[in-house]
Design a protein around this ligand. Structure first.
Ligand SMILES: [Fe+2]
Ligand SMILES: [Fe+2]
Length: 648
């Protein structure tokens, strides 16, 4: 019956429209919620800064360029000479003992360490023998053997002025030696024709240049030694292990720190490789630490990679026996470094904390949870670092296991020196609330080449529930001390322009004791011994206008207020997990509570739309059925019915 056919077809087409309408409404609602929730994990990095809600701080910033005076530099140490004098690494004098730069860090799992060492022999192997018995390495003894991986790299040298013309002290090399690197005129031509090759460079003092050397100048290539990395796993925590690396005749030892008290942590930043650096390393060894934290500006190689090798040799005496946790500073990022040498030579346990970036990670060690942040990575709420940190804090803080949480980063959030003043302000504004919410106890930074300790502080206001900030950028770098201080803020409790190291002792679940030990000051005596440094006990860096220019030490209890006063300082992750990524989706991203609410609203909105659509559809069907019956009746009697219609 045509009428019936027509009346059936119409509702089916309308049904398609309803389905389309329903889908459009759902898509629109989801799109609306996605845009309003700023689904950060999918935002392109190119638009990241535009979506930031962090305001730029401008007050007084214009005056810094005029006021800040760059400090004098002092010379690097002769590492080989220093080592010979200390008889450290003397075993390498033996022709069979050819590897060095032995150092270790903690592995991705709680029962592993990573041992790194370097060799220039092509047949050297990535092998470490280890045992709890020092005598095991004698013939016939029982020991474990671990095999790792090796790599090497080539890099174009980058020349900065301090290599040949430091402000103070003896240069790394003289100008004529540097010119020899740039000058290829002695060979880059055809002896018969006199034609110059493409890599012909006739260099003299008048056209000498700093910066990158020419890529086609073979003199400018740096070849690293073979860099071995071996992971020892399934170790007993708190047990001393002895080990021997392939090609090195010395027996080293280490212990993975146990969760026991007291726990001793050595702190240093901006270490470098000067005579002061050596004094800082010796001071760190003297406190017999379980762990050393070194957040940035390690070697001051500055694109001249040979200095990574000498730094590795210098720090071996400490880092071959104490695990070292590092992150990158500006001297690892800048001056053609781009973190290449740092990443390869000083690995970090970032994979174990579900990070994808070696510069930021978390690591439980003994009684502390160390959170490394990257001063030179993204920090706003769209950034991977922020998302990773949010996830780590939400899943990996267990105060029963680690009562103290320590954050490390290179550039400080709290600094009252004109040197690098406010450089990290945007990062502070973005990330400080997260650290406060989870009750981070101590924040260690450097970058400012002096020492400063804060009171517990949050948002520039003294707050007993906030972290204590320690700036120890005075490890021994070649740039000298920063002496130009601003008016001392309320939160600044101690500051001095000299060199030193930190000692943090965790005594129990609520009390830690911090000490800063001065190792040297700068000297204003031209040509003074020790590269213009002053190691006397009464030294005073010239021009230091800090609050405590003569103090040889600083010490303070870092105690947690009671849980009634500062619940955040006892905060355990709401979703603790042995796998910090267990609550993440495949992108390692956890939505915030606000975003979860929006998702719930989306679902409710969608359900309401579906129910309304069904009701409308049913109402329409009912009306249509009534109309159809009426039309059928009318058409059956209509004089305009065509011939043959109206019959089945
Ligand atoms: Fe530095
Ligand atoms: Fe720095």
């Amino acid at each position: 019956m045509p009428v019936c056919t027509g009346s059936k077809n119409l509702p089916y087409r309308r049904n398609d429209h309803f389905t389309m309408l329903l889908l459009l409404l759902l898509v629109a609602s989801i799109a609306t919620v996605r845009s309003s929730c700023e689904c950060t994990s999918y935002t392109l990095s190119g638009s990241r800064r535009l979506t930031s809600n962090v305001e730029f701080y401008t007050a007084e910033s214009d005056t810094i360029g005029d006021k800040y005076i760059r400090p004098k530099r002092h010379e690097r140490i002769d590492v080989q000479k220093y080592i010979e004098e200390r008889s450290v690494g003397s075993s390498n004098a033996d022709s069979e003992c050819v590897t060095d730069q032995v150092h270790l860090t903690l592995g991705d799992t709680s029962d592993s360490v990573v041992i790194s060492f370097a060799s220039t022999l092509i047949d050297s192997e990535s092998i470490v023998k280890y045992s709890t018995n020092k005598d095991s390495f004698e013939s016939g003894g029982n020991f474990h053997k671990a095999t790792g991986v090796s790599t090497s790299y080539s890099e174009l040298m980058y020349i900065v002025g301090n290599l040949y013309n430091p402000t103070m002290g003896v240069p790394e090399g003289n100008l004529s030696e540097i010119i020899k690197v740039e000058n290829t005129s002695v060979w880059a031509y055809d002896h018969q024709t006199g034609d110059h090759y493409a890599n012909y460079y006739n260099i003299n003092p008048s056209n000498f240049k700093t910066g990158f050397m020419a890529y086609n100048n073979p003199y400018a290539y740096y070849d690293s030694p073979i860099l071995h990395t071996v992971t020892l796993s399934n170790l007993d925590i708190g047990v001393e292990y002895y080990y021997v690396v392939d090609g090195n005749c010395e027996i080293f030892s280490f212990t993975i720190p146990k969760n026991k008290y007291p726990m001793q942590i050595g702190l240093t930043v901006d270490l470098g490789q000067t005579s002061v650096s050596a004094a800082s390393i010796a001071a760190l060894e003297a406190i017999n630490p379980d762990l050393v934290l070194l957040p940035g500006d390690l070697s001051y190689s500055d694109g001249y990679p040979y200095l990574w090798d000498s730094f590795g040799t210098l720090i071996q005496s400490l880092a071959s026996k104490v695990p070292l946790l590092t992150t990158a500073g500006n001297h690892e990022f800048g001056l053609a470094e781009n973190t290449l040498s740092h990443r390869i030579r000083y690995p970090t346990p970032y994979i174990g904390s579900s990070s994808t970036n070696f510069c930021y990670y978390g690591k439980v060690v003994g009684a502390v949870n160390v959170i490394s942040l990257c001063s030179y990575g993204g920090w706003d709420s769209n950034s991977l670092q922020y998302q990773w940190l949010s996830n780590y804090l939400a899943t990996s803080i267990d105060r029963d296991e680690t009562p103290f949480v320590i954050a490390i980063m290179h550039a400080p959030w709290y600094n009252s020196n004109n040197g690098h003043w406010m450089e990290a302000e945007l990062m502070r504004k973005s990330i400080e609330p997260l650290l406060y919410e989870y009750g981070v106890d101590v924040v260690l930074s450097g970058h400012i080449h002096c020492y400063e300790r804060s009171a517990p502080v949050y948002n520039n206001t003294v707050d007993s529930c906030g972290p204590t900030y320690l700036n120890i950028g005075d490890g021994g770098n070649y740039e000298g001390t920063y002496v130009d201080w601003r008016t001392q803020p309320d939160w600044s409790e101690f500051r001095e322009s000299s060199f030193g190291i930190g000692e943090l002792t965790i005594y129990n679940e609520t009390h830690a004791y911090f000490q800063w030990h001065r190792v040297a000051c700068e000297s204003d005596s031209p040509g003074a011994p020790n590269y213009n440094m002053n190691f006397s006990t009464t030294c005073h860096s010239p021009g230091d206008i800090s609050a405590y220019p003569m103090a040889t030490s600083d010490h303070v209890w870092i105690a947690k207020p009671s849980v009634d006063v500062c619940a955040n300082r006892y905060m355990t992750s709401p979703s603790p997990s042995s796998n910090s990524n267990s609550n993440s989706n495949s992108n390692g991203y956890n939505p915030s509570s606000g975003e979860i609410s929006l998702i719930v609203l989306t679902v409710i909105f969608g359900v309401v739309i579906i129910v309304l659509s069904i009701l409308l559809f049913r109402a329409y069907k009912l009306l249509n059925a009534l109309n159809g019956t009426e039309r059928t009746f009318q058409e059956s009697v209509s004089p305009f019915t065509k011939k043959g219609e109206g019959k089945v």
